[in-house]
Design a protein around this ligand. Structure first.
Ligand SMILES: C[S@@+](CC[C@H](N)C(=O)[O-])C[C@H]1O[C@@H](n2cnc3c(N)ncnc32)[C@H](O)[C@@H]1O
Length: 271
């Protein structure tokens, strides 16, 4: 189990959180899961050929995906990574230093993106809209900076789709509700098709993708959010009941019987 619990719902303001390093470790753990490899592959499929393209990766975090994109655009292309968090952009620059990739990182808010209209052939946002304080403005900005005929690819979870195999159904429903409600845009996944069609995106395709979550990652994702919700009165459980809720899951993990999942949606479309 992870010991220091950050609150995953605070990805909306990493620099104001008590420990920015927790969020960097969290993304490293997430991106190393098999399901995240599939998310990257499906987004790549929606973006299409990247050689020579101008590519924007918004909410780039530590920039691991951004570097992968930069390795695919070749000498004639360029990749820009933008993230709201100064700490994330510093880490992304540190990881890209010395790679000679055609890549640039900037601090910026997707809702107030200071980039010209239609300036990118390919635009990508993985696990970002669901954290944006102003999701309407953020989604509009993604479309605005994509050139006419260019491709946009987005992945977001839908937090009410969490499953976990637990003997206490009522308590588990309350935990899932509370964990979901903590996110600024907990239903972003199911809203992607409607949101981007309304913004004029063409050929919109949305495909679901369910991530199987190992117990260590499930605990890392939920424990901080649940502990702070319990302390703040947003979880209808006592501290003791919450501790008791975790126990069968830890036991199941020890016995290799843990099952937890979360479903997200990959959106692809043409401006
Ligand atoms: C869950 S992380 C995903 C990072 C990266 N896309 C990845 O998959 O590894 C969400 C990222 O979005 C950033 N973020 C949140 N709100 C943002 C906004 N309004 N504009 C730009 N980035 C934002 C956070 O700082 C964080 O780095």
């Amino acid at each position: 189990m992870s010991t220091v619990a950050g609150n995953v719902a605070e990805f909306t303001a990493v620099d104001e959180a008590p420990d920015a390093a927790w969020f960097i470790d969290f993304m490293d753990a997430a991106n190393s899961l098999p399901a995240y490899g599939e998310i990257r592959a499906r987004l790549a499929g929606e973006l299409g050929e990247l050689t020579g393209r101008a590519v924007l990766d918004v909410g780039c975090g530590t920039g691991d995906d951004t570097r992968e994109l930069a390795s695919l655009v070749g000498d004639g292309g360029r990749v820009v990574g933008v993230d709201l968090s100064v700490a994330m952009v510093a880490e992304a620059r540190r990881r890209a230093a010395g790679t000679r990739l055609p890549i640039e990182f900037r601090v910026g808010d997707l809702a107030r993106l200071e980039l010209p209209d239609g300036s990118f052939d390919r635009v990508r946002a993985k696990l970002v809209l669901m954290h944006c304080a102003d999701i309407e403005a953020a989604a509009a900005a993604l479309v605005r900076v994509t050139r006419p005929g260019g491709r946009l690819a987005v992945f977001d979870y839908d937090f009410d789709t969490a499953t976990v195999d637990h003997p206490d159904v009522d308590a588990t429903r309350e935990v899932v509700r509370c964990a979901s409600d903590g996110h600024p845009n907990n239903w972003s996944g199911r809203q992607l098709a409607r949101r981007f069609r309304d913004l004029g995106l063409r050929d919109v395709r949305v495909t679901p993708l369910t991530a199987l979550l190992p117990f260590e990652f499930f605990h890392r994702s939920l424990s901080g959010r649940l502990a702070s919700a319990q302390a703040g009165g947003d979880l209808r459980m006592s501290a003791g009941e919450l501790r008791a809720w975790w126990r069968p899951l830890a036991r199941a993990a020890d016995e290799n019987r843990f099952f937890g999942s979360l479903t997200g949606f990959v959106l692809g479309g043409t401006r």
